[in-house]
Design a binder for this molecule. Structure first.
Ligand code: UDP
Length: 440
């Protein structure tokens, strides 16, 4: 239990002497979901890791997520001080996130009933993604406690960078604007998102805190490349590029594949191998769903010999794939933060990433890797070839990358969030800009 040491007038009318427990809401996807699938990626990792580290600092967290089957127990205990609570709202089956909004009042009601049955008091609601924001808004009024909102991605930003056929509905944009007003505090993942919230969504700057997501610098650390290649059946002379992520148009995989075709010409002395991690394989190991479309593009480009479609992998296997790489490519059209880039950097590998969203702030162009214009396969190929043709440069960039990734270690990030919770629970505005410290 933590006692805030602040005093002074409360701007919201909330007052509490201690912080006892946080209610985090991740309604549309569970922190326990396996990663790399359609709707499970960075946000799931974020919610899981943030909760783990906040609880480790002495503040317990309950994470509420929608029940999607009948088997999961109502309460699971993934780590000390963290509970994941399965809330029945809507059918106990997977439902597209586009159809979930209608169940949010029921979700909030069931959360409130759970708290009554369990005899639990919460001091803060922390909502992840816009759908959870609505449940948080109801509960804020019912429990009379503040709520902090983290969008992770907004429809506005996503639509600005996606092809029209993949645009998010206008309804979501409107609802997000509403949440910008309703939330007591908003956590932006990077300075770009903060600027967008203020200038385009007209958010009150006083209630925005910029806190980046973190990285597990113990799991993701530099290890031996030779050994990793041996385990993965790769030659020491291979030029190994790695991609990790959901198979989604926003990830720019099409650009990456085109650039691999071009990199073959720019790095003629080495065999190019792209390890593509993410998406689904059937029992025979054949790509299915969106990954089958990726496989078709690989064939059209005639680069089958250069691409390994590995499907999604548990996160604890990723350090091996990063270690075997010469570089990791993050060609996303937009990325609110881009955990993969920072994981690769923490493993001491250079990153070639799009000059977009949070990547601009995590990858230092020319130091820990290169930034290339979105959709520009030629620029990606040139940047990758520069690293692949110069092992000294690759080594220097890898060392710089690790050094920079250490800024995003979870204990540092969790402490900033903890500070925001404390300020809010006491009724203060919690403007906190770690931009200078973390994004320096
Ligand atoms: N990830 C994983 N296995 C996979 C694919 C992804 O563990 O097969 C993890 C990856 O380590 C990262 C997260 O999923 O932590 C993806 O986060 P990122 O911010 O890069 O992308 P998002 O999913 O948020 O768009």
């Amino acid at each position: 239990m933590i006692t805030p040491d602040y005093d002074g007038p409360s701007v919201f009318g909330y007052e509490t002497d201690v912080l006892t427990r946080v209610a985090a809401i991740s309604a549309h996807t569970s922190p326990l979901a396996s990663l790399g699938g359609k709707d499970a990626g960075g946000m799931n990792v974020y919610v899981r890791e943030l909760s783990y580290h906040i609880a480790k600092q002495g503040l317990p967290i309950d994470i509420f997520t929608r029940r999607t089957d009948l088997e999961t127990p109502e309460i699971t205990y993934p780590s000390d001080g963290v509970r994941v609570i399965s809330i029945a709202a809507g059918p106990p089956a997977p439902v597209s996130k586009h159809d979930l909004f209608q169940y949010m009042p029921e979700f909030a009601e069931q959360m409130a009933l759970f708290a009554l049955r369990d005899g639990t008091h919460y001091d803060i609601v922390h909502a992840h993604y816009w759908l959870s924001g609505f449940a948080a808004h109801y509960l804020k009024r019912y429990w009379n406690i503040p709520f902090t909102m983290m969008f992770h991605t907004t429809a506005h930003m996503k639509n600005a960078f996606s092809p029209a056929e993949h645009h998010e509905p206008e309804f979501r944009e409107r609802m997000e604007r509403r949440l910008v007003t309703l939330a007591d505090s908003i956590i932006a993942g990077n300075p770009d998102e903060r600027a967008d919230l203020i200038w385009r969504q007209r958010a009150n700057p006083e209630k925005i805190c910029t806190i980046p997501p973190g990285v597990d610098t113990d799991l993701f650390r530099p290890t031996d490349q030779v050994q990793a290649r041996g385990r993965l059946g790769l030659d020491l002379d291979d030029a190994v590029i790695t991609f990790v992520g959901r198979i989604d148009p926003i990830k720019g995989i099409d650009t990456l594949l085109e650039s691999v075709a071009r990199t073959r010409e720019l790095v003629p002395d080495r065999r190019i191998v792209l390890q593509l991690i993410g998406g689904d394989l059937d029992v025979a190991g054949n790509p299915v769903g969106p990954l089958a479309e990726t496989a078709a593009q690989v064939q059209r480009l005639g680069i089958e010999a250069n691409v390994r479609l590995l499907g999604s992998r548990p996160q604890d296997q990723l350090p091996l794939f990063y270690a075997a790489s010469d570089l990791v490519c993050v060609p996303s059209r937009y990325e609110s933060f881009g955990l993969v880039a920072v994981e690769a950097m923490a493993c001491g590998r250079p990153v070639v990433a799009s000059r977009s969203g949070g990547l601009i702030f995590s990858v230092a162009d020319g130091i820990s890797g290169y930034l290339a214009p979105v959709n520009d396969a030629e620029a990606f190929a040139t940047a990758m070839a520069r690293i692949l043709n110069d092992r000294t440069l690759a080594g220097e960039m890898g060392r710089a990358a690790r050094h920079q990734a250490e800024r995003f270690a979870w204990p540092v990030v969790a402490e900033s969030m903890h500070h925001v919770y404390l300020r809010l629970a006491q009724g203060h505005r919690a403007q906190l800009c770690c931009e200078d410290e973390i994004f320096a």
